[in-house]
Design a protein around this ligand. Structure first.
Ligand code: HEC
Ligand code: HEC
Ligand code: HEC
Ligand code: HEC
Ligand code: HEC
Ligand code: HEC
Ligand code: HEC
Length: 648
């Protein structure tokens, strides 16, 4: 239901031949989920009463660091859509055409506001036009600018991105080849919490924000700062040349593993499975990431050069340097307060030599004459730039350090899917593994073989407490198989009011709905929206169920609520128009339908309703045109064909 990032990319990579995936991480007997707070000498790691204070506070005493940090990609990762922030080209040729959906996109400024216009032409006529104001830009511009708009706090990604390395506009990553979600891809917390400071989020929604930061801030790597600031203001100064100031985390003072855990909160983009009761807010520097979530990556045979853009951790951890030394972390080579743009190459060279200069580690065996042609810059040869499979038109540094990085590219094709590997925990438990497979299925690959693995891992979890929790996992697994009968078997044994997972409640509702048991479906949908009232997609399903049951007044209320939250929620406009049409309120119905058409000119239900409206109002020529357009876009719509035949 919620459009998933990257889905298409990996789909296209995936090969049909799939055996039941092996799982790498653990022997399944081990169950070491560390959910309890492990001790830490730093005060701001587990004490949740210590608040975040924001970057401007830190700046008052650390101006020098602030000034270099603010020029980094992380410092500029997110901001208001202003001319100053945008790195893009707005000349006349800045137009993107989506050949699959037949839409043009043009970015333009109107005074100081950025807009993206979607339009369609037929001959010389413009037959569709929608302009969307853009509120935020994500991406510092080192590689891209992507565009986000807020409808009353509900955040969505716009369909086009500017790729700075090629100075080119194109469809946003994941919108290519017929998967263009237009203005409907939700910006969920997972995405926001990697690309920005922590927001004020409406937790009973999927994508509603009260307030967002403008850039990743200091406390994402140092932890909440209220205690530190209070102590320093009170004059309690620690001599940090002698030892740590325990009021704030300095990553340099952590173990190599905990250092890497900070960066891998964001630089390990894969299939993230949150532990029970945890959210994307809960990780703090000084913790192990596995206390909050586990991140899996699909492993393939062949194509060793293929990588996801934000996979620095995965790539680094494959390197013999990391594996053999056990001492390599991101800050062996990087000072995150200084952009790579301004980092001298000697900094990386020195890092290599800090290990390879000594007697213990191997020295380079390449001919010195050849090395001299590259100024003996180790990283040039051993860490070359590479394309990425998820984000087009970018080149990023491959952090998999190898003797001959390019020889692997001889095997360019992926030949097999090997399984999912967890990169931040080698003792991950069965339920987590099962959930990772389900997430993988939902995002990238709907091969039923994956669900066999899910059921296998679930069945291995024996104790009772866990079994109770598992109902929602079984519900999800059978739901993914479209086995609605099995889902409602589980649902029948549960009391809706005891369920706290909105997705589980939704899945029960949807399964009853598919089985035409509307009276049961409605109760579960109702539960889903009671848990997450601001998940508009759930509200919309609930309203549609009410409508199908003839409970029109209740349906009207829900649709009105949806539109009061987000007036541009297209299907609510369509369905409300249908209600007005039933009552003979021709004017209101027409207005809402026109709006729905402007929001989405190709939606089947909207087009049907529009055709009916034209027919009822004596405009059969327009009704015919509408139906012809519908059939062109959805050639298998039998209802439209029958209606058209009637009109003829
Ligand atoms: C009122 C001034 C002040 C403010 C505001 C302030 N700091 Fe500091 N900070 C200091 C001083 C002074 C030191 C060095 C002495 C000490 O730690 O007691 C320090 C040390 C640090 C250290 C090093 C600790 C160590 O163990 O090496 C870090 C990291 C740090 N600050 C981060 C931050 C962050 C992040 C913020 C914002 C949340 C912040 N500071 C706000 C004054 C301040
Ligand atoms: C809150 C998420 C987050 C955390 C934590 C994080 N990063 Fe980043 N990092 C990002 C994102 C997102 C980008 C890309 C920003 C952009 O260019 O728009 C980035 C970019 C970078 C860059 C390139 C940008 C530049 O100008 O140099 C480096 C280097 C980097 N990160 C290193 C680190 C290291 C080292 C750590 C751990 C100490 C770390 N990051 C922790 C999210 C994060
Ligand atoms: C696990 C953290 C994580 C998640 C989740 C995530 N990203 Fe990223 N993304 C990153 C990091 C880190 C980079 C930077 C990689 C680099 O600079 O090499 C990046 C790069 C990008 C880029 C290229 C940007 C640039 O200019 O460097 C875009 C666009 C992007 N992400 C968009 C998104 C969107 C939209 C979502 C959510 C739908 C998302 N990402 C989810 C971590 C994440
Ligand atoms: C992406 C992670 C990251 C972000 C964001 C970040 N830092 Fe740091 N910070 C580090 C790391 C890693 C170190 C240890 C650096 C080292 O020793 O090389 C550090 C060290 C420090 C120190 C102590 C050492 C020193 O250089 O004086 C201070 C103070 C500090 N940071 C302040 C800040 C402030 C202020 C901000 C925001 C403007 C900030 N940091 C943002 C990762 C980060
Ligand atoms: C923390 C220490 C450390 C750092 C820093 C480090 N290495 Fe290594 N590197 C090692 C160790 C240990 C090995 C493995 C030696 C072995 O297994 O025989 C290794 C192996 C290698 C190999 C051989 C890999 C192969 O395919 O067999 C190359 C090439 C290499 N390093 C290059 C680099 C380069 C280039 C840098 C800097 C960008 C670097 N290393 C930084 C410790 C390090
Ligand atoms: C052995 C040295 C080394 C280590 C360790 C290392 N990096 Fe890098 N990193 C580099 C080099 C070299 C570049 C390229 C810099 C340039 O373009 O000048 C780079 C570039 C980057 C960039 C910029 C975008 C890109 O991909 O070109 C990001 C982001 C980044 N590193 C993140 C990380 C993270 C996160 C870690 C830890 C998982 C890490 N790095 C560990 C050497 C290292
Ligand atoms: C011109 C490209 C180039 C440069 C520059 C370069 N290397 Fe290499 N390096 C290679 C090649 C190619 C090999 C493999 C040679 C072979 O097969 O014997 C290699 C091999 C290695 C090995 C593996 C040695 C072994 O015993 O197997 C290490 C370690 C290494 N390089 C480290 C470095 C370091 C550190 C630097 C920088 C001081 C560096 N290299 C600079 C191309 C380069």
């Amino acid at each position: 239901m919620s459009p998933r990032y990257l889905r298409t990319v990996l789909l296209s990579l995936f090969l049909a031949a799939l055996t039941i995936p092996a799982f790498f991480c653990s022997s399944p007997e081990q169950d070491a989920r560390s959910s309890e707070a492990e001790g830490s000498p730093w005060h701001n790691v587990y004490d949740t009463s210590i608040q975040y204070v924001g970057m401007q506070q830190c700046r008052t005493c650390h101006e020098g660091i602030y000034q270099t940090y603010i020029q980094t990609g992380m410092g500029q990762s997110f901001g208001y859509a202003t001319k100053q922030k945008s790195a893009a080209d707005f000349s006349a040729h800045a137009v993107v055409y989506d050949t699959d959906l037949d839409f043009y996109y043009k970015p333009y400024w109107q005074n100081d506001s950025l807009y993206i216009m979607e339009y369609r032409t037929e001959g010389k006529d413009t037959v569709h036009k929608r302009s969307q104001k853009i509120n935020y830009i994500v991406g510092s511009g080192q590689h891209t600018n992507s565009h986000i708009f807020s409808a009353n706090g509900y955040m969505y990604q716009a369909p086009i991105t500017f790729y700075t390395q090629r100075r080119k506009w194109d469809l946003a990553p994941g919108f290519e080849n017929g998967t263009n979600l237009r203005f409907q891809r939700l910006i969920e917390l997972e995405c926001m919490s990697c690309h920005n400071g922590l927001p004020e989020f409406v937790t009973n929604s999927q994508n509603k924000y009260l307030n967002v930061k403008t850039g990743i801030d200091c406390e994402r790597c140092h932890g909440p700062g209220a205690l530190h600031v209070k102590e320093k203001m009170a004059g309690n100064i620690v001599d940090t040349s002698k030892g740590p100031d325990y009021t704030i985390v300095n990553p340099r003072r952590l173990s190599t593993e905990l250092q890497n855990n900070i960066c891998q909160r964001c630089h390990l983009q894969g299939i993230a499975v949150l532990n029970d009761g945890k959210t994307f807010f809960d990780f703090r520097p000084g913790m192990k990431l596995s206390e909050v979530m586990n991140v899996f990556m699909p492993q393939y045979e062949g194509a060793q050069d293929k990588m996801i853009m934000a996979s620095h951790v995965e790539r680094m951890k494959k390197s013999p340097c990391y594996v053999s030394s056990g001492k390599m972390s991101c800050i062996t080579c990087h000072d995150p307060h200084v952009s790579v743009k301004f980092t001298p190459r000697t900094q990386y060279l020195n890092a290599c030599q800090s290990c390879h200069g000594g007697a213990q580690q191997p020295h380079c065996t390449e001919d010195m004459k050849v090395r001299a042609t590259k100024n003996d810059d180790c990283a040039t040869c051993h860490m070359p730039s590479n394309g990425s499979i998820d984000i087009p038109h970018v080149a990023v540094t491959d952090h998999y350090i190898r003797k001959r990085p390019l020889t692997d590219t001889l095997q360019k094709k992926i030949t097999a899917f090997l399984g999912l590997k967890c990169f931040n925990n080698d003792k991950v438990d069965n339920i987590t593994t099962a959930r990772a497979f389900m997430e993988f299925f939902e995002r990238y690959n709907s091969n039923n073989g994956l669900i066999d693995s899910v059921l296998y891992y679930l069945s291995k979890q024996k104790d009772d407490e866990e079994n109770k929790k598992q109902n929602r996992d079984y519900i999800r697994a059978y739901f993914l198989l479209n086995n609605y009968k099995k889902v409602v078997e589980y649902a029948a044994a549960l009391k809706p009011e005891n369920i706290t997972d909105a997705w589980a409640a939704y899945r029960c509702g949807e399964s009853y709905f598919q089985l035409q048991q509307l009276d049961k479906a409605v109760i579960w949908y109702q539960r889903a929206v009671a848990i997450w009232p601001h998940a508009l997609d759930f509200q919309s399903k609930y309203a549609t169920c009410l409508l199908s049951m003839g409970r029109t007044e209740e349906a009207r209320k829900v649709y009105s609520f949806i539109l009061s939250e987000n007036p541009d929620y297209a299907s609510a406009n369509t369905n409300l128009a249908f209600l007005y049409m039933q009552e003979g309120n021709v004017t209101m119905a027409y207005e809402l339908l026109l709006k729905a058409m402007r929001l989405n000119p190709d939606n089947e239900q909207t087009l049907i309703n529009m055709a009916v409206w034209y027919h009822n109002n004596g405009q059969d020529d327009k009704a015919k045109k509408t139906l012809q357009h519908l059939i062109k876009k959805h050639p298998r719509n039998e209802q439209a064909k029958a209606m058209l035949a009637d009109l003829r």
